[in-house]
Design a protein around this ligand. Structure first.
Ligand code: 9MR
Length: 700
């Protein structure tokens, strides 16, 4: 199927009057039972809600049954009336008061019964964290995929210049674009296609690194993301696996930068992809198409600046040389983007690869400035942050953030990564205000979808947009500790795992009715049974009101939630993509850190960390720790992680041990009564960048 032709058709559709989309909904081929639940299940102590499709407008009785058929809970539904996202009359069930772990439960109401689900699913979210993050290894280009690591997914290395491949080790530009060639091997294939696009790389690698960085900023489980945690080859290198995976992509992005001495040096090529679309299936190693570098763009350049700047601070404790390379590339990219602020990738460049066009890069400037500022503390970058219109604008839009709108990424990091930003408190409050809006959106919708786009129509990749709004809600929880935000994330996840009008879990391998025919040239089991389905933890793009592919054309006029088909040919509703799985990874990791969703424990201590001296790369700081737990702490330790390049050499009043950025202080005052305080003096070095106080402390 020639995708280029379809894109023209898509463009025609995009300009078609909205009324064509408002025609009555076609019946969907398969929408399952009328009682819709999270098919994975619910956290034992978390919120538990379901939706019932019914013509009834008055409350109905509901029953929760165990595998033996015995009723274990019951109550009455709440009528919610007409829901525009499904164009159905619905009611909701709240069985949050049920707190007994169990498997194979079913919920009945209005004459229908849900698919079976479990209560007590933290371990499933733990598995989802690992699976969603392990999605990236078999997407890697330029490395053989080993079946011993990714069982069922073994294949030869793709695009290493071995025939019939003609890339990616020595790739020319498109005619007239440049007269040099670049080695742009490595990275991840973007999605179901095998293009590699820097703007999508940028947001994806940012979210993977942010999944890790969050472990320094909030109550989380860094051990669960450590070396050996994922299905990747780089075990035993003492580097957290999620950073190893991120590095695979960062190295590729660095290769896309225009070399010194060439025109537009420091800018970054927008993308490398096949000259023409390849058919499905397509083994990457057998792709015969010539690969081409497309012109540099300001967006790609700023995405590299942002991701590389963030990477610099995160990799410094593990590999100083790599961190230095990242920081240098980020600075060079920033300078080049400032010199060439308006080189836009055109929407028409969609032959053989996606366009990833973006005619407004003011948000990319803001994000890049934010990451450069957070990593370096330098005034020039702070000035760029403060001067950006996005710094005071509402970046928590109904349409969510993503590859095209990145200001939110900048704001989230300015709010959470410690710095001396003058209005940091305002940035933090803005995240909480944004999360409140998303919670209100959820509560207004009987499926609690964390997404109510302008105009009501769902966009391409809507599942990732739901997830990115949940990232904001989760960040508000990390900032405030207020349980309503954590409950919101759990309830928001229900929609993706089956509590929707199609009874569809959009994550392969999770839930009874899970997507497994996503559009992919590698995981094309639907077309050739010798090939695998997508790996577990792969997220489908999800309902797309615009239906840009012929496979889903029977759905034209669909209600937003129903614009989805689990068919490999429906690339506009059912693709996989690196930026969608990064959103899933972030949220799954957050949820896996929440246990069974019980009451948020009060912190055992409060810590005031003050910097006393910063002089020629040396720092002196004081941590005053007060026991706020109400009981005596015995043999306790103070733990925190630096977000910069600090390294403690000496502690007074305790012994400090630092591994990478993580510090564990064994205080001399090993017994600390309720309300008592102790003070620890810390001295060390700062390699480069700011000496920001750590963001999160624990005493256990
Ligand atoms: O995710 C992208 C979506 O936001 C755009 O609307 C769409 C059309 O430009 O492209 C999507 O990205 C696709 C890319 O162009 C090519 N690789 C697959 C991506 C996911 O479908």
């Amino acid at each position: 199927m020639k995708r280029s032709l379809l894109v023209s058709a898509a463009v025609a559709l995009l300009v078609a009057p909205v009324t064509t989309l408002a025609t009555p909904a076609a019946a969907h081929p398969d929408s399952g039972p009328p009682v819709q639940v999270n098919q994975v299940g619910y956290l034992t102590d978390g919120p538990k809600q379901a939706t019932v499709v019914t013509q009834a407008t008055t409350p109905l009785p509901w029953q929760l049954r165990n595998t033996a058929g015995a009723v274990v809970a019951q109550g009455t539904t709440t009528p919610r009336g007409y829901d525009p996202t499904s164009r159905q009359n619905v009611q909701t069930v709240d069985f949050s008061a049920f707190h007994t772990p169990g498997t194979g439960l079913t919920l009945s109401a209005g004459g229908g019964t849900s698919v079976p689900f479990d209560v007590g699913v933290n371990a499933v979210y733990e598995k989802l964290r690992v699976d969603a993050l392990s999605f990236y290894y078999p997407q890697r280009s330029g490395i053989p995929i080993l079946g011993s690591i990714a069982p069922g997914y073994a294949r030869a290395a793709g695009h290493l210049g071995v025939a019939p491949n003609r890339g990616d080790t020595d790739v020319p530009c498109q005619p007239g674009v440049c007269d040099y060639r670049l080695d742009v091997r490595g990275g991840w294939y973007d999605a179901g296609d095998q293009g590699k696009y820097v703007v999508d790389a940028g947001i994806s690698v940012y979210q993977l690194m942010s999944t890790f960085e969050r472990t320094k900023l909030a109550s989380a489980r860094p051990d669960r993301l450590g070396d050996g945690s994922l299905r990747i080859p780089e075990h035993g290198d003492q580097v957290p696996d999620v950073l190893d995976e991120a590095r695979w992509e960062l190295e590729f992005m660095l290769r896309m930068q225009v070399p010194a001495g060439q025109p537009l040096a420091g800018m970054v090529h927008h993308k490398v992809n096949d000259r023409a679309w390849t058919p499905l299936p397509q083994d990457p190693a057998a792709d015969p198409q010539p690969r081409e570098l497309h012109p540099p763009s300001t967006a790609a350049t700023l995405d590299l600046a942002a991701a590389a700047a963030q990477g610099a601070r995160l990799f410094q404790p593990y590999d100083k040389a790599f961190a230095a390379r990242l920081l240098a590339a980020a600075r060079t990219a920033w300078t080049a983007a400032v010199a060439h602020p308006a080189i836009y990738a055109p929407a028409t460049d969609s032959v053989g690869g996606g366009a990833y066009d973006d005619p407004d890069v003011s948000d990319e400037f803001y994000w890049a400035a934010a990451e450069l500022y957070l990593s370096t503390g330098e005034h020039a970058y702070q000035d760029a942050v403060l001067a950006s219109k996005w710094h005071t604008a509402d970046v928590f839009r109904p349409d969510a953030f993503g590859w095209k709108f990145t200001a939110t990424a900048g704001r989230l990091d300015l709010a959470t990564v410690p710095s001396d930003l003058p209005d940091r408190a305002r940035a933090r409050q803005s995240v909480v205000d944004g999360a409140k809006k998303y919670l209100a959106t959820m509560r207004a919708n009987p499926y609690e979808i964390a997404y109510a786009p302008t105009g009501g129509l769902f966009d391409w990749g809507s599942n990732s947009l739901v997830l990115n709004n949940l990232v904001v809600v989760a960040t508000a929880f990390d900032i405030t500790g207020d349980q309503q935000y954590r409950d919101g994330v759990a309830a928001g996840m229900d929609y993706l795992l089956g509590r929707n009008a199609l009874n569809q879990s959009y994550v392969t391998g999770f839930g009874r009715r899970a997507s497994h025919n996503q559009h992919s040239r590698m995981y094309a089991h639907q077309l050739n049974s010798a090939l695998p389905s997508p790996p577990p933890g792969a997220l489908a793009g999800g309902p797309n009101s615009w239906i840009q592919d012929p496979a889903a054309s029977s759905l034209q006029g669909c209600a937003p939630q129903l614009c989805y088909l689990d068919d490999i040919n429906s690339w506009s509703t059912n693709e996989i993509a690196v930026n969608w799985n990064s959103a899933l990874s972030w949220v799954a990791s957050f949820l896996a850190d929440q246990g069974e969703g019980g009451p948020v424990p009060a912190p055992a201590c409060s810590v005031s960390y003050r910097r006393l001296l910063d002089f020629r790369g040396l720092f002196l700081a004081i941590a005053a720790v007060r026991n706020t737990s109400g009981h005596t702490l015995h043999d306790w330790k103070l733990r925190y992680a630096y977000t910069g390049t600090q390294k403690v050499n000496l502690a007074i009043n305790g012994t400090a041990r630092q591994t990478a950025a993580s510090v564990e202080v064994t205080p001399w005052q090993w017994r600390l009564g309720p309300g008592e305080s102790t003070t620890i003096l810390l001295a060390g070095r700062v390699d480069w960048g700011p000496d920001a106080a750590p963001a999160y402390f624990s005493c256990r």
